[in-house]
Design a protein around this ligand. Structure first.
Ligand code: FES
Length: 221
């Protein structure tokens, strides 16, 4: 088959079209089109955004975001604080602070005849002075342990829980109390003051000998 003869105008067209195609082959790879990303890139994806030539700035810092962030940080701080307190509390000794069982209550001459209630709140005792003795009644009902009330008008102690009654020396005479109220040990200190020890009590168990006349159960006055 005879070759087709190319005319001068056709040569020129071929050269122009090949010249037009040439730049497309040698063109350097273009950057990714930012519009390929859907929506606004999130804050924190700055590498991808920077590679794409996008700004890494996120959405506006709204008041709601700030509140959420503050709430989260508050929770974190509260949790860590509680944890640290519990951690250090573990190393503290577990001590129960109770009132002293041995204490001074002044001089015998400070007490007149009858019942003195000034130490009831602090030490749970009454100081009872008779014409020849001074002793200390421990203010605990012998039924179930309530604190009786002193009734000066009736000259007796009355338990508010179940109605036990005691005379002015703490001897039970009515109600369910099984025995008189106990008495605390007392003695005179070198300075002449009365020292009371509620850790050592004298009692009168039902059907047994009373300990109220034992040394230490009273002071002679
Ligand atoms: S506790 Fe006092 S009468 Fe029961």
């Amino acid at each position: 088959m005879p070759d087709k003869t190319i005319t001068g105008s056709e040569k020129t067209e071929i050269q122009v079209s090949s010249a037009a195609r040439q730049p497309a082959q040698t063109q350097a790879p273009s950057r990714p089109d930012p519009s390929r990303y859907v929506g606004t890139p999130a804050v924190g994806t700055s590498k991808a955004a920077a590679a794409a030539g996008l700004s890494s700035a996120g959405p506006q810092n709204t008041v709601l975001d700030q509140r959420r962030r503050r709430l989260v940080w508050s929770c974190v701080v509260a949790f860590l604080s509680a944890w640290f307190i519990a951690f250090f509390r573990f190393f503290l000794p577990r001590v129960l602070f109770e009132p002293a069982t041995v204490f001074k209550i002044g001089y015998p001459s400070d007490y007149a005849l009858g019942i003195d209630e000034k130490w009831l709140q602090r030490y749970r005792i009454w100081v009872d002075r008779t014409p020849d003795r001074l002793f200390v009644i421990y203010a605990r009902c012998t039924h179930l342990g309530c604190t009786p009330d002193w009734k000066p008008a009736e000259n007796k102690f009355k338990c508010p829980c179940h109605g036990s009654g005691y005379d002015n020396e703490g001897i039970n005479f009515e109600g369910p109390a099984p025995r008189p109220m106990d008495r605390a040990r007392i003695e005179l200190a070198p300075d002449g003051q009365i020292v009371v020890d509620v850790g050592r009590l004298y009692s009168w168990p039902k059907g047994q000998r009373d300990q109220f006349n034992d040394p230490g159960a009273y002071l002679s006055v």
